[in-house]
Design a protein around this ligand. Structure first.
Ligand code: FDA
Length: 308
């Protein structure tokens, strides 16, 4: 219950002001975010690639309210890709995009604006030899995001998508996307969703994760198993073995700063391990979702507030 309550509270301006102004927040944010500046993201990416992992970089931002802001985000992504290529990191690092940051929620032609901006980022990625994955936001955006995905894939068939197993619709979406060349990042889902569209109980989200994994592992696409849940990881490995997949035909993904021992264990076992690395100054939404995922994180944050 704490997670949805915290996510709802995080929308309030007073909560945002409190969280973003208390000095103690900074240290906790640093655990989950690789820095505010591009060179900090680059250094963290290099360290992970040198350690035998791959990376997907998220330039933080989600509440874009003008076409100018969306264009600025697009340009920042293109610059990020150029810098990655110059640093010789385009092989080991791709980018993750939120369509809301590209303008999807703008009142006039939002989807078209987001498509045009995402297309420019995909063109840069193609030119530099890397890939793009579209993050998935709350359930109201999914049809639009999948429609943008289809249109991008017509020109850039390597564009990946995220599917969230907390939603009733997702098994059907997995079936649609389990085809040759399709890259699907399977997650449990980080947004507060109504019971009309989502499973309220975590146990049901986990069971749905297993059903979706089965579909993806038995399909012809490239599954990206994005979870820190050791049970799901073990099941994914079993399903991959039963489906006769070799270890290069799927990968594990985890968030920067979370379950680092498990990240290293999987890398050492010979699995492909990719880290989702966020950077930038607009960290509030991302940070609140990380707090909401785990009561222990909220307790730690609250203890830090009172003990400072
Ligand atoms: P679960 O929540 O069951 O956690 C399993 C274990 O992982 C916990 O017991 C704990 O040890 C550890 N853990 C999990 N979260 C933690 C945290 N915040 N802090 C510390 N430890 C934690 N969601 C979404 O809606 N849209 C998206 O586009 C994405 N993108 C995305 C990319 C990648 C690469 C990952 C790994 C995750 C996402 N997510 C996401 C987030 C995802 O939906 C989910 O909220 C988190 O991954 C947490 O769920 P788990 O699968 O880890 O399981």
């Amino acid at each position: 219950m704490l997670g949805p309550t915290l996510l709802a509270a995080s929308q309030k301006p007073q909560v945002r002001r409190l969280v973003t102004t208390v000095p103690v927040t900074r240290q906790i944010v640093d655990r989950f975010v690789a820095g505010e500046a591009l060179d900090e993201a680059l250094a963290a990416t290099r360290a992970l690639v040198d350690a035998g992992m791959t990376v997907t970089i998220d330039r933080l931002g989600e509440d874009t309210t003008s076409p100018e802001q969306a264009a600025e985000t697009r340009d920042a992504y293109v610059q990020l890709l150029d810098v990655l290529a110059e640093a010789g990191l385009a092989d080991g690092a791709e980018v993750s995009l939120k369509l809301s940051a590209m303008g999807q929620a703008l009142p006039v032609d939002g989807e078209q604006v987001a498509l045009a901006n995402a297309r420019a980022v995909c063109e840069a990625a193609q030119r530099l030899g890397t890939t793009v994955t579209l993050d998935m936001e709350d359930h109201t955006t999914i049809d639009s995001t999948l429609s943008v995905l289809r249109r991008l894939r017509a020109d850039f068939p390597w564009v990946g998508a995220v599917l969230q197993t907390c939603l009733h619709r997702t098994e059907a979406d997995c079936r649609e996307l389990a085809h040759e060349g399709s890259r699907v990042r399977l997650v449990k889902g980080a947004y507060a969703e109504p019971d009309s569209v989502a499973y309220p109980k975590k146990a049901d989200v986990d069971l749905a994760y297993v059903r979706c994994l089965k579909i993806l592992m038995n399909g012809a696409g490239y599954p990206m198993v994005a979870t820190h849940d050791k049970q799901m990881i073990a099941i994914a490995e079993q399903l991959a073995a039963v489906a006769g997949r070799d270890r290069d035909s799927y990968e594990f993904q985890m968030l920067y700063g979370i379950s680092t021992a498990e990240q290293r264990r999987l890398r050492d076992s010979g699995a492909r391990m990719r880290i989702y690395l966020p950077y930038g100054s607009d960290w509030y939404g991302y940070f609140m979702r990380r707090l909401a995922e785990r009561p222990a994180n909220v307790a730690f944050f609250l203890r830090s507030l009172v003990s400072r």
